[in-house]
Design a protein around this ligand. Structure first.
Ligand SMILES: Cc1ncc(C[n+]2csc(CCOP(=O)(O)OP(=O)(O)O)c2C)c(N)n1
Length: 193
């Protein structure tokens, strides 16, 4: 049997994470929740425009999609976006299968694929050479997965975006309790003191 190596899509346009995050925020209308993954995705989310419906994951890789799944299931009428780095997603791939099985219609996942663990020194991730994030998502059952394309969706959607290696624009204030409390207020599940 011949050895087949799947190389990630290389014909997609390379974009910039802060620019994309700013464009996403500019399009929001209805207090949509946005969950940023560890590191650059939440730095750029913070810098693009802090709002109470933003949640910033600190510390553990790969939890943006699982947290966003929880929010999407708890509040099915709220649209939820999740931003994650390729390295972080590769560490927590199982969440894709869970999301595919639970089918939250209101969840959109965006993978910022720069092919590196940028924040810890730009070591290459497997997505830079052998692993195709969008193919992995499709294989997990997320049929609505594509490299950067805008489309209206009625199923959980995963969008892979090839991005450049510019560092995050801001730095999120690191106060986990404040982040949690503000997000819960922002989602209307906690009343102000
Ligand atoms: C479970 C776990 N392993 C390792 C780390 C150290 N770490 C923090 S961020 C990071 C790289 C994140 O890479 P990626 O998600 O691709 O985002 P980028 O830095 O490229 O924006 C690593 C290795 C961690 N915080 N948690």
């Amino acid at each position: 049997m011949s050895k087949q190596v799947n190389t990630p899509a290389r014909n997609t346009k390379v974009m910039n994470r802060f620019d994309l995050t700013s464009r996403l925020l500019a399009k929001l209308k209805n207090e949509e929740a946005i969950v940023g993954g560890i590191g650059n995705t939440n730095f750029d989310l913070w810098a693009a425009g802090h709002r109470p419906q933003n949640f910033y994951m600190l510390g553990s890789m790969g939890l943006a999609f699982p947290i966003a799944l929880g929010v999407a299931l708890a509040q099915p009428n709220r649209r939820v976006f999740a931003l994650e780095g390729d390295g972080s997603l590769l560490m927590q791939m199982g969440c894709l299968a869970t999301i595919a099985a639970l089918k939250p219609k209101n969840l959109t996942m965006i993978v910022m694929d720069n092919g590196i663990y940028q924040i810890t020194g730009a070591q290459p991730t497997p997505a830079a050479s052998v692993s195709d994030i969008v193919a992995i998502a499709a294989g997990c059952g997320l049929a609505n997965s594509a490299w950067a394309a805008d489309e209206a969706a009625s199923a959980p959607t995963l969008i892979g975006v090839r991005i450049d290696d510019k560092p995050g624009v801001g730095t999120t204030r690191r106060d986990p309790v404040q982040i949690r409390e503000r997000f819960m207020l922002g989602l209307g599940v906690r009343q102000p003191l």
